[in-house]
Design a protein around this ligand. Sequence first.
Ligand code: ASP
Length: 434
Amino acid sequence: MAAIVCKFGGTSVADAGQVRKIESILRADARRRYAVVSALGKRKKEDQKVTDLLYLCHELAAAGLDISEPFHIIRDRHLELAGDLGVNLDVAGLLEEVRKQTQGGASRDFVASRGEYLSGRIVAAYLRARFVDPADGILFTPDGQLDDRTYDRLDGLLKGDGLFVIPGFYGANPDGSIHTFPRGGSDISGAVVARAVRAEAYENWTDVSGFLMTDPRIVPDAMPIREVTYRELRELAYMGATVLQDEAIFPVRQLRIPIHIRNTNAPDDPGTLVLPSRGVSDTGVTGIAGKRGFSMVFIEKALMNKEHGFGRKVLEILESHGISYEHSPTGIDSMSVVIEDEEIAGKEEIIRQEIQRILEPDRVDITSGLALIATVGEGMAYRVGVAARVFTALAQAGVNVRIIDQGSSEINIIVGVDQKDYETAVKALYKAFA
Ligand code: ASP
């Protein structure tokens, strides 16, 4: 029988009541045989996520300081959870081991991974499921990429009947040491497991009923998105829609496994389905997402288009300073490179000087404090007037557009605006396409 992989996020394992909800979700469908879990998340706003506390413990330990204070919170939360669930597991013993390892100089990734390890052990004990440690099955290459051998290895570990619990967020380096995915990476673990077992669906259970057309902090009544394609989701998630980690689609995409984003607290809500393709929406636009915190390097030089290797040299300068870039809209005699603020912070002057010296442009400016907003939709490639609508909406809202970039994928129009105009711009775009 085809199986469904369920990933449960931090709030879905935050306390015993939540874990009981997981139990009913799993028991409601016999195909749900693989549960990937996050570390304990927040029960209420003031709570700290266990992963954040573990990072703090590691930082303190690395500075030779005492970790007791944050570790106590970690300890109490796990003991309380295990106690409330009545699990038969020596959680105090496991915690003591983690404390010793952390204080004893374990690596940052190892310490962070213990959040998922502990929640996985407790949930597995409660559900009487088999616990599979991803350190035995999820493998990374020496440069930190997922090793393709992962899928066969994991599949071998996940054979047999019954329910399996697999902690999210980590795997192992070639030398066996622990390596974590980026933050929010349990979403990627869930996708990796789904691909390994060739699941019929990957259900990602979280605390919202799927994606909304835009950020509800800016547009409180934003409409839900029922269906979205992998490509649209990748663009929306990368641009700040935070429901799913933006790399999570890659493992499942090749096998065309649908991702279903669902709400642990409202399991009957339809959620959002992420599919290889879908029918086109009325406006051609599926969602609007954005991020603050970008800088733009703008270079102008007469007859730039005739000069060989101009773009390469600009990018080489950035590369030599370890800076990766996001977009590069170009004109005939001008070129700009959009970079995340934190990539370029503190290096602006040296970059400016090197560009000046090596490329001798007429002008080079570096502007920070920009926000990028992506209007995303598969339909826009075949529809006339989407761009016109974007710019009319922004102009009517009095927003000055600083950057325009229509990605070559043709499913995305990105505009860059001053950070102060960010919310106004998102609201205007939502109104134009909702
Ligand atoms: N616990 C990790 C984090 O907070 C991974 C995850 O929950 O997806 O980033």
